[in-house]
Design a protein around this ligand. Structure first.
Ligand code: DOR
Length: 437
């Protein structure tokens, strides 16, 4: 494998407090040197000129849907990982709401095998909390953990039975695993299609109240406190949830949380403009919620940003609000949409990068090697982006099969220019030239 030299980039690694213009040498898939001088090795190597570009650790997504097995019309491991690479991601955790669901060793190993042969980046399957995602019996989490699975979730559905959630959290404690929690009291959201509030009243659509999320956040923080287990709250969308997590962390509960790019940037108003393309669960909320989510992320109450990439076919998103599927295809717009917060002065670039790199790496630990870092000796998982490049979102250009996005036609400022996984360029913008040295 040829060495790769990245020259004159602005290297930002929030985990190391690094922000410097330098050169980086990658050999055999590993970061071997980062420095100011001439790092070119004796033998030939490829060179990427990164002047004016930011070079950071490859993004890590703790929450996406690759749909395989079972829903290959929506996405496959091949298309989903290409979409991830285009979005700057080098590691993704894929959710187990597949058919069959990932609730036994065979199903998990088959995704792991397919990811090795067809994926262009690292894919880490999430296991089900309950068998068949039926909410009746907890899976043998410890046994599934022995296949390399770290995180468990019934995402798409909550675990309604508190006794089962308590058991899952006890097992997360005994086996050093993570429970990723889709918080939704479905008795309160039944029939709901958008946020319960001003817009649902105006449009006469059934709403999903903030309390439906917050009740479950409160319950599961309490259960994590009682058991010592690790709960990670998925797609936090309300100001009330941020407050509950803040209080839980202050008491020392092992709770972490994620927020999606769409919940950080779009309000419920978007459904008036985009219709079912803005139908997502949890729903887009209010400007006050966004304010609390951004503040929560800045304060460290919300640890990371995760896409909840939920690709669907065109047919799945058609029809009225009651019929259309929940979900946004988010891997390819995540970074560009989030850069709007940086350009708007609401987030620093370093904090944004931390939410996509060192933040998730801290939750994962070292079980898959050193991720989310530019440290020498770490795998060369790297994202190169232009913070100021404007581009227009055209879902027709997505690598994802899911063209479902409320960002269609929008102009975003900030674009991923190249993604390197284990030293190999897995995506590059047409303007990036690789020259031999
Ligand atoms: O909008 C969503 N779509 N939210 C979820 O929790 C599940 C996801 C999906 O699988 O489509």
């Amino acid at each position: 494998m040829k060495s790769l030299l990245i020259q004159e980039g602005r290297f930002i690694d929030p985990g190391q407090g690094l922000d410097t213009v330098a050169n980086m040498l990658i050999t055999e898939g590993i970061i071997v040197r980062l420095g100011k001088g001439d790092l070119a090795p004796e033998s030939d190597c490829d060179v990427i000129q990164a002047k004016g570009l930011v070079v950071c650790p490859g993004f890590i997504d703790l929450h996406c849907h690759l749909r395989e097995p079972g829903f290959e019309a929506k996405e496959t491991i091949a298309t989903g990982t290409m979409a991830a690479a285009r979005g700057g991601f080098t590691t993704v955790f894929c959710m187990p709401n597949t058919a069959p669901p990932l609730d036994d060793i065979k199903a998990i190993e088959s995704v792991q095998a397919k990811a090795r042969t067809e994926g262009v980046i690292r894919v880490l399957p999430v296991g089900c909390i309950t068998k068949g995602r039926q909410g009746k019996e907890v899976t043998p989490m410890g046994v599934l953990g022995s296949t390399g699975v770290f995180a468990f979730s019934d995402d798409g559905s909550p675990v309604l039975n508190a006794r089962l959630m308590r058991q899952a959290l006890e097992w997360s404690w005994t086996n050093d695993l993570l429970v990723i929690d889709h918080c939704e009291d479905t008795a309160l959201t039944a029939g709901g299609v958008i946020n319960a509030g001003k817009i649902s009243q105006e449009l006469g659509l059934p709403g999903m109240p903030a309390a439906a999320e917050e009740i479950m956040v409160a319950r599961d923080i309490k259960l994590a406190e009682k058991t010592g287990g690790r709960v990670h709250i998925a797609h936090v969308s309300t100001a009330g949830s941020v407050e509950l997590i803040r209080q839980g962390k202050a008491r020392g509960v092992l709770v972490t949380a994620e927020v999606t790019p769409h919940h950080l940037t779009l309000t419920e108003e978007k459904v008036k403009e985009c219709g079912t393309q803005a139908k997502v669960n949890p729903p887009l909320r209010t400007a006050e919620d966004i304010k609390a989510l951004i503040q929560g992320f800045k304060d460290g109450v919300i640890d990371i940003i995760a896409t909840d990439h939920a690709p669907h076919t065109e047919a799945d998103k058609q029809g009225d609000f009651a019929r259309a599927a929940f979900g946004i295809s988010g891997l390819e717009t995540a970074f560009g949409s989030l850069m709007g917060l940086v350009h708007g002065g609401q987030l620093t670039l370093t904090k944004l990068i931390a939410g996509l790199t060192s933040g998730p790496a801290k939750i994962i630990g070292n079980r898959y090697g050193r991720l989310g870092t530019l440290a020498t000796g770490a795998p060369a998982d790297i994202t190169i982006f232009d913070p100021d490049k404007e581009w227009q979102v055209n879902p027709g250009d997505f690598a994802s099969k899911g063209k479902n996005t409320p960002w269609a036609g929008a102009t975003l400022t900030g674009k991923v220019m190249a993604t390197i996984f284990a030293g190999k360029i897995v995506y590059k913008d047409a303007s990036i030239v690789v020259n031999p040295k």
